[in-house]
Ligand binder design. Structure first.
Ligand code: DGT
Ligand code: CA
Ligand code: CA
Length: 570
């Protein structure tokens, strides 16, 4: 689908226009980009149906933008975009990827210092040329250098959420092939790690040549690194690599076990096999020359004296010992979630009405859904004040009558934890909500002591039920806040505050290690999406994966519970 390609062009155009003070037009492009990203139909099909006319039926698409879409579909380029790029020879995307760098700063730095790309930026910051500029200063310069260092560290790895659409498409394509008997994802994607180096796929086939020929000529492939009868390796359109291996059926389980990893887990399982006088490799489990297991993973694990271990747990963090003692935790399943309590509606400038969100919740099979719009401190997010919250309550009451037992809409909010730990909404108003989420959305570079105190003060507010994205990291963009997480856990336990696992692919916050810590001391968690439009409700799977990687069980996660129990918590 060309949807993503066009969305990217429109995002870029929006940035260029914003630089050029065309902020109104920029907004229009950005809005359409967002819509295109989540459009289910193929934009080409839409166009084929009725040309410009059907294009204009897409929300936000006017005549001008429809013409640009048409131009791209017909010629593969958008002239206005090419012109903008030529006029402003700046690698905007690269520069605004640096935490704290916005379009305005990029523009100033270009005008004053002719900074065009990341390299220029780093050079200027290191030579202390940025600090003296008006509106920048020492602190900003330091932040820029930190931001660049962070980007460098995460280079070469991809966000899981970023690559999954393409991976799913390739898997679907391959599984339809008649020569493919069995297929599975392996490697870090199967372990659902938050970032991915490359994608590993495993196939059983009696005709490997046919499968490989098909694989290397898929439309998603831009380069073939190698092509053989058991292994091929390609670069995809998404700029990441994919490995495909073909194995015989009798070794499918052991190959899957081997190529799922992690490497550390594999080394430990192999060592265990040796200690039992066995040999474990990708071909099977062997006693002398005799193969005793290999067809399924369960058979392989059992043959070396272990219970089957979920892929998400295979990191050699103690899971092997538990599997040996038959004491593996019964981790949360992908269908255990009964509702999502962190959805933004059009009340705070989001895309969808509360009614639409509730319907989407029903489609997800949920029993309840929580509206948690931003509150007043966040002006750019159209945060709600006390009065608007009261008004929203009325609408939610009305909708609850309408939906009856199909789903229960709960009213919450995502309030802001101010620098002193207070909440930006009055207590009386908070008390009227079904639940209250509080999160840090400002002054994120506070020192450790103050930041920890700040969050602890918020948790002690009896109206606060949930802390959203508790450590504040953005993958590939910025580190966690400076906090004493153990202290935060202790207070969460004392105050019965629930910590959120935010499912957004670039947050996944809490992360696996922190989830394990929380579980260990008995702090409850909730898996939410933080969806700003209904399509993002689907992101919940990434949050669940993270919870599984943190060994969380159903009972550790409160939104696996029925409504009555949930309400008791609040
Ligand atoms: P990635 O691609 O960096 O996100 O991580 P993985 O885990 O997908 O690693 P990858 O693609 O290099 O290899 C896939 C699996 O193959 C890995 O999880 C375990 C297995 N494997 C790779 N190299 C070794 C090795 O040297 N020893 C052992 N025991 N297993 C290995
Ligand atoms: Ca891999
Ligand atoms: Ca690989």
């Amino acid at each position: 689908m060309k949807n993503q390609e066009i969305a990217k062009i429109f995002y870029d155009m929006a940035n260029y226009l914003e630089m050029d003070n065309g902020s109104f037009r920029a907004y229009a492009y950005k809005k359409v980009a967002i819509v295109l990203e989540s459009l289910e139909q193929d934009i080409e099909d839409v166009y084929k149906q009725g040309g410009l006319k059907t294009l204009k039926e897409i929300p936000g698409v006017g005549k001008n933008i429809a013409l640009k879409i048409e131009e791209y579909l017909k010629t593969g380029r958008v002239r206005t975009y090419e012109r903008l790029k030529k006029e402003t020879p700046i690698n905007l995307g690269e520069l605004i990827a640096v935490e704290g760098m916005g379009v305005k700063k990029v523009k100033l730095l270009y005008q004053k210092l002719k900074i065009k790309n990341l390299k220029d930026l780093e050079k200027a910051a290191k030579a202390h040329k940025i600090a003296p500029l008006e509106g920048f200063g020492e602190k900003t310069e330091k932040n820029i250098l930190q931001g660049i260092a962070f980007l460098k560290r995460s280079k070469g790895r991809f966000l899981l959420g970023e690559i999954m659409p393409l991976v799913d498409k390739v898997l679907e394509r391959l599984s339809k092939l008649k020569e493919v008997e069995k297929i599975s994802i392996a490697g870090s994607v199967r372990r659902v790690k938050e970032t991915i180096g490359d994608v590993d796929i495993l196939v059983v086939s009696k005709k490997p040549e046919k499968v490989m020929a098909f694989f290397v000529s898929m439309p998603e492939v831009v380069k073939v690194w190698s092509k053989g009868s058991t292994r091929s390796s390609v670069r995809t359109k998404g700029k990441f690599d994919m490995d495909l291996r073909v194995v015989p059926l009798k070794s499918y389980g052991s190959a899957l076990q081997y190529f799922t990893g992690s490497k550390e887990h594999n080394i430990a399982t192999r060592r265990l096999a040796i200690s039992k006088g066995l040999k474990l490799n990708e071909y099977g489990v062997f006693k002398g020359r005799h193969m005793i297991a290999g067809k399924t993973e369960k058979e392989v694990y059992n043959a070396i004296g272990l219970d089957l271990i979920a892929p998400e747990m295979r990191e050699n963090q103690g899971e092997i010992e538990l599997a040996r003692k038959k004491k593996l935790p019964k981790i949360i399943e992908y269908n255990d979630i009964k509702g999502d309590l962190h959805c933004h509606s059009n009340w705070d400038g989001g895309v969808n009405s509360i009614e639409k969100i509730a319907k989407a919740g029903i489609n997800m099979g949920y029993k309840y859904i929580g509206i948690a719009d931003h509150t007043k401190f966040l002006r750019i997010e159209h945060g709600l004040n006390e009065k608007q919250l009261a008004k929203q309550r009325k609408e939610i009451d009305k909708l609850n009558k309408k939906f009856g037992s199909k789903i229960r809409i709960l009213q919450g909010c995502e309030s802001n934890i101010m620098n002193d730990g207070s909440i930006d909404i009055k207590d009386e108003a908070l008390a009227k909500l079904d639940f209250v989420i509080a999160g840090v959305h400002s002054s994120m570079k506070m020192d450790k002591k103050r930041m920890t105190e700040r969050i602890i003060t918020a948790m002690k507010n009896p109206n606060v039920d949930i802390i959203s994205h508790p450590t504040g990291r953005i993958l590939k963009r910025r580190d966690e806040y400076q906090i004493d997480f153990d202290k935060i856990l202790k207070t969460a336990k004392e105050t019965n505050t629930i910590l959120e696992i935010d499912s957004f692919p670039d947050r996944l916050d809490l992360k696996d290690i922190n989830i394990r810590k929380a579980k260990k001391i008995g702090v409850k968690m909730i898996i939410n999406t933080d969806a700003h439009r209904i399509e993002q409700l689907e992101l919940i799977k990434f949050g669940i994966a993270q919870a599984r990687r943190g060994w969380a069980e159903k009972k550790d996660i409160i939104n696996t519970q029925p409504l009555s129990k949930l309400l008791n918590y609040f």
